[in-house]
Design a protein around this ligand. Structure first.
Ligand code: 4AD
Ligand code: MG
Length: 432
């Protein structure tokens, strides 16, 4: 007899199988026990009929407590009332691990309590669905970039460079030197693009941000493509195609999980329509002023109410182009006709989820770049290797970074970014 998970229910319809599961809830009367079960893939029902099993099996079923692990023998049958569409008619139950006084009960719990029990909270259907969607986004990311001819290159995590500014670095000892945890792999990816053309990285990045918002993590995963011989306008096309691809993949492969989260699929479908609108930073400021936002002037970075308002002008994500040079990192290419803005864009997600992508064309002019490194208070010596990329066969190139957790939060329709990763690192949280 084969051991399966309910992901194979269709294939094993009417057949007797074994399945390992945990009990999430149970209801029983004199003649029938309804077990709410989960097997890692899905949440489903097991039915135990007193007249059809050995007496001790029915007794075992009646005594099952929340999160007890069991090995079940039973027959897969259709269950049109459940989301999954299948249930298990149980024949035998072997208890593997008992569970008593499970802390997360079906009643409401506060966020801090749930975060303290994150290692268990992962088992609940909503958290499970969010992380399944995260997994699909990761899968689709590799598929998209492989299909488009990108090569994956892994930048280092221990580094001596600070592409996104020096205020939010995690410092660590590196024998007798000082190192930081990477805040972005970009500079290394630029080197990789000069060797391999089109590259992408996907790995953890760290920012010691003192922000305690629903959009910020201390440790998050970033997808960073870098493309040689590519200008910013072409990079925007790659970005929107990639985002639309992620949405379509989740719609195609995570229907069950979107239903668990009660995510509106019609809204998601709109996000697959391209192109996304583009608005310049200048026009965005003007638009905000026309709409009585008096708390921002040209030169300021947008706060989340500003981003939300700008994104509300469309029913899809919006690119904001060409920000002031002073509020963006040193490596961005100066606009060809103006020295006060750079060739960059942030992609702002709808529904108040904020920036999910930051990207730009990179400065290739050696003098401008080295001047910028100094302007940002960085030491030229540390960036000699980076300047080499402009000394030896430099080409126009562009790239971007997509924040995985922000994207997961948005696509899954989750309130707070802390639920988009298994074990979030937050300002005041290192446990569990
Ligand atoms: O805009 P950022 O800072 O861009 C870079 O790091 C570039 N070097 C990327 C590149 O061009 N290769 O970060 C990129 C994205 C943001 O748009 C956001 O989605 C995410 O990373 N991000 C965060 N996500 C969660 N928590 C934080 N503290 C984040 N900071 C940035
Ligand atoms: Mg940014």
């Amino acid at each position: 007899m084969e051991r399966i998970t309910m992901s194979k229910a269709q294939e094993f319809l009417g057949k007797e199988i074994k399945i390992g599961a945990w009990v999430t809830n149970k209801r029983s009367s004199g003649k029938i026990a309804f077990l709410q079960l989960r097997d890692g893939d899905y949440y489903f029902q097991g039915i135990v009929l007193k007249n059809e099993v050995e007496p001790e099996v029915f007794e075992t079923a009646k005594g099952l407590t929340q999160e007890t692990s069991i090995m079940l023998t039973g027959v897969v049958q259709e269950d049109t009332r459940s989301k999954l569409g299948y249930e298990l008619l149980v024949k035998d139950i072997e208890v593997l691990g008992e569970s008593h006084d499970y802390p997360i009960t079906p009643k409401e719990h506060g966020t801090e309590f749930l975060m303290d029990h994150r290692h268990l909270w992962l088992r609940s259907s909503k958290q499970h669905a969010i992380l399944k969607i995260r997994n699909e986004i990761i899968r689709a990311t590799y598929e998209f970039f492989n299909k488009e001819g990108f090569m994956k290159v892994d930048p280092p995590i221990l580094t001596g460079s600070a592409p996104e500014g020096t205020t939010e670095l995690f410092h660590t000892e590196y024998f007798d030197q000082e190192a930081y945890l990477s805040q972005s792999g970009q500079l290394y990816m630029e080197a990789a693009a000069m060797a391999f053309g089109k590259v992408f990285s996907f790995g953890p990045t760290f920012r010691a941000e003192k922000s305690k918002t629903r959009r910020h993590l201390i440790e998050f995963w970033m997808m960073e493509p870098e493309m040689a011989f590519m200008h910013q306008d072409e990079s925007l096309e790659v970005q929107e195609q990639y985002v639309a691809y992620l949405i379509q993949s989740v719609l195609d492969n995570c229907d069950y999980y979107l239903d668990v989260l009660e995510r509106d699929k019609e809204v998601l479908k709109k996000y697959t329509q391209l192109p996304y609108d583009r608005i310049s930073y200048d026009d965005a400021i003007e638009l905000l002023h026309k709409n009585d936002f008096t708390d921002i002037t040209w030169g300021d970075d947008f706060g989340s109410p500003h981003e939300t308002f700008i994104a509300e002008q469309s029913d899809r994500p919006v690119f904001i182009l060409n920000y002031p040079k002073a509020i963006k990192p040193f490596y961005m290419k100066e606009h060809p006709d103006r020295d006060d803005v750079v060739l960059c864009a942030d992609l702002i997600a709808p529904e108040g989820y904020g920036e999910i992508i930051g990207g730009s064309e990179r400065e290739v002019n050696y003098d401008k770049l080295s001047q910028q490194i100094e302007n940002f208070g960085l030491s030229l010596e540390d960036y000699e290797w980076y300047l080499d990329l402009r000394r030896y066969g430099s080409v126009p190139h562009s790239g971007f970074g997509l924040g995985l957790e922000r994207t997961v939060t948005w696509i899954s329709g989750t309130e707070h970014i802390r639920e988009s990763t298994a074990f979030p690192r937050l300002l005041n949280r290192l446990y569990p």
